[in-house]
Design a protein around this ligand. Sequence first.
Ligand SMILES: [Mn+2]
Length: 266
Amino acid sequence: VTVVEIPQWQGSGSRLARRLVLGAALLGEAITADGRHRVAVGNELGETRGGVRHADVLADNLAAIRTALPGSPAVTVGGDCGVELAPIEAAVQRHGDRLAVVWFDAHGDLNTPGSSPSGAFHGMVLRTLLGEGPAALAPAEPLSPSQVVLAGVRALDPAERDYIDGHGIPIVTAQDPAALVAAVQATGASAVYVHIDLDVLDPATFSSLGYPEPGGLSPGQLRSAVLALAERIPLAGLGITEYQPANPADQETLARLLPPLASLIR
Ligand SMILES: [Mn+2]
């Protein structure tokens, strides 16, 4: 498997967002890879443009990430959730409307620059992939809402809730792998991209997070859900994001959790 490490922090609104840089390196270390690309993203502060903080740096990063991606499915490690723009764009270009995206996250990441309470891009990533984000970060080809399944999402802003209700996007708890598999199969997909924001995990089981939300999955539940999915539908890529190292025990959790997931990408 090829691992693409992207130490981008500017998409996060967390006070400790710069810890995501170390997080990217440690996530990469937890995975045995055949090939490894460390994307040289900007480490500087950017300007706020159109309601998006650090927008200019994020646009430069996107260009660098597009160039660094291999021509086949990879494991992408963040960094903030914004690192998923280019890998998911590539999966859409490969699979078109036969792709589903499963968004394992405590949050919907479905704000627009206008609805975002913070201006932090990591809360707008999925909406941007759906074609309603800042123009400078727009994908070559947008996803359709019917291609998206939200998994473990439990903290939504009002505008995100409206978007989900308006488009009938399914939210599954993912504690039951069968329900997740059924929701993805209902999209008709022949390939599935799996996005994991580690805040999908319960903070009682994993606490190195910028935005912990109670009521999440255990690492074992997350692993079971992804394995069940991959048993039925080939993975088009895997992203693991938002690791803000704080608790050494969390690195051991990742060392157990990530290798079996990464081995699903061939
Ligand atoms: Mn998130």
